[in-house]
Design a protein around this ligand. Sequence first.
Ligand SMILES: O=c1ccn([C@@H]2O[C@H](COP(=O)(O)OP(=O)(O)O[C@H]3OC[C@@H](O)[C@H](O)[C@H]3O)[C@@H](O)[C@H]2O)c(=O)[nH]1
Length: 307
Amino acid sequence: MASNGEKQSGTKPPPPPSPLRNSKFFQSNMRILITGGAGFIGSHLVDRLMENEKNEVIVVDNYFTGSKDNLRKWIGHPRFELIRHDVTEPLLIEVDQIYHLACPASPIFYKHNPVKTIKTNVMGTLNMLGLAKRVGARILLTSTSEVYGDPLVHPQPETYWGNVNPIGVRSCYDEGKRVAETLMFDYHRQHGIEIRVARIFNTYGPRMNIDDGRVVSNFIAQALRDEPLTVQAPGTQTRSFCFVSDMLINPDVKIISVENTPDDPRQRKPDITSAKELLGWEPKVKLREGLPLMEEDFRLRLGVPKK
Ligand SMILES: O=c1ccn([C@@H]2O[C@H](COP(=O)(O)OP(=O)(O)O[C@H]3OC[C@@H](O)[C@H](O)[C@H]3O)[C@@H](O)[C@H]2O)c(=O)[nH]1
């Protein structure tokens, strides 16, 4: 679709899917690969796909931010396989569908080793697309709201191309995911690969990493420890949050509205203050469906006894 003023004329249609791909349309048993399947969203996706007895699920993960613990109920299951593998290395395997989730997603983790983050996004996606092409698999990439950068349009329609800093500390992730999206669409246009791209916004729920520095996990951990909630400056930023099971109902769902002030507020300011100090009142954190489960899980991990 043309937007931001650019005309898209003369684009040729993608080639038809390979005969290998065509044969999979009539197949009901699916062997599904999930990269990053030991992570927060990945493991919920595994649960969902394992519900279908016709599916065989293979997870690859390097356990940088994921954990075997998230998959413990499936380890040893005849339809389930777990491989320690880093997607920046090629993977030769026979599968029918690929869900490519592998990448650290929390800002503190992806900024920890930015070169590795961009390698994961670029080389990892190339490797997965190469695999999809070789075996005729359909592939889904989990992209991010961060492809919009500091959006100047609210809410962001898919036709909006974003406002991204190419040299900032978040670029390894923002730009990495943008290149990953480009690769997906180029493989589709050039090789007829069947693709899906889901731009995921801030997701929360059980199995979220307690120490990933994100606002939901921080607030819950702080509340459980009876500490003040920290709101990072400027304090006016907003996010749209999606509970993990709501996201899996329709992985293509786009939950929008990331409002930011114009002066690059996404570069975290060091002056962190307590919510009370900033707002003049202590905000009440509303726990919704599923959160009691998360709270229980966090209590256990923090060693905070039940009330
Ligand atoms: O303790 C905290 C943590 C965070 N925040 C603020 O809360 C907002 C949300 O921050 P988070 O770290 O939870 O997440 P971000 O929105 O910055 O990044 C997220 O965006 C979409 C996903 O694709 C990314 O993977 C992701 O982690 C930010 O404005 C941040 O400054 C706080 O006020 N207090």
